[in-house]
Design a protein around this ligand. Structure first.
Ligand SMILES: [Zn+2]
Length: 89
């Protein structure tokens, strides 16, 4: 089974509700496909905490997400260009 679009549904919500189709009908399970927002969801997702040990929950939530620092930049190429310009000076 392949998904037509890249999944932006919380895996734990999918498991909880028995399928991606069911999870898609629940706004609280649906994430914009960004790691930062996904983590925000996990922080309050009861299903995530249900399926994952509390210790693991804390570890995952403590992970730094690269997108947090990029301020929603879509292209990493821009960052590379900026770095190149700085290094030339
Ligand atoms: Zn969830």
């Amino acid at each position: 089974m392949t998904l037509p679009i890249k999944s932006s549904i919380c895996n734990y919500c999918i498991t909880k509700h028995g399928g991606i189709g069911a999870a898609q009908t629940k706004p609280e399970c649906f994430n914009v496909n960004r790691a930062r927002l996904c983590r925000n969801h996990l922080a309050k997702c009861p299903n995530f905490r249900e399926y994952v040990d509390n210790e693991e929950v804390q570890r995952i939530l403590a992970l730094s997400v690269p997108e947090d620092k990029k301020k929603c930049k879509k292209s990493s190429d821009d960052d590379n260009n900026e770095e190149n310009n700085i290094s030339k000076r």
